[in-house]
Ligand binder design. Structure first.
Ligand SMILES: [Zn+2]
Length: 151
């Protein structure tokens, strides 16, 4: 999760909401990703999707059985769906996302028994660090918005 937080900071440096993700298999880091929908002009470029794509490319397989994904924010519906399609073994997230979280905050896709693949979910790992990072980012953005334009 420490590495996912470092990825999140890369997003911040580029003006993106700081969320980072890491895909791990057998204790080895396969791929990393950070949130970058603005920079990539891509609404699907969430940290998890970026990391899943890189992992699948690296392994030469659209499925990632036995892989775990660590992400600094509770995954949304899109990312949760992608993880299920990838047959990910486990997802570990840090902070909860009361607005778009699909692991229990808004709804819980992983508890939906009608969906045929069941990825294990663990939440709250290093949640304070991840949510502090997000809060600091949004505070900085609000402060910048209040500042009068330079003459
Ligand atoms: Zn997402």
């Amino acid at each position: 999760m420490q590495l996912a937080l470092l990825e999140a900071r890369k997003g911040w440096e580029r003006g993106e909401v700081p969320v980072g993700a890491v895909v791990v298999r057998d204790g080895e880091v396969i791929a990393t990703g950070f949130n970058q929908p603005i920079g990539r002009h891509d609404p699907t470029a969430h940290a998890e999707i970026v990391a899943l794509r890189a992992a699948a490319e690296k392994l030469g397989n659209y499925r990632l059985p036995g892989c775990e994904l660590y992400v600094t924010l509770e995954p949304c519906i899109m990312c949760s769906g992608a993880m299920m399609h990838a047959r990910l073994a486990r997802v570990v997230y840090a902070a909860v996302d009361p607005k778009t979280g699909a692991c229990g905050s808004v709804l819980n896709l992983f508890a939906e028994e009608r969906l045929n693949h069941h990825t294990e979910v663990v939440g709250g790992v290093m949640a304070d660090e991840a949510s502090s990072l997000l809060k600091a980012f949004f505070a900085e953005r609000r402060a910048a918005a209040r500042k009068p334009p330079a003459a």
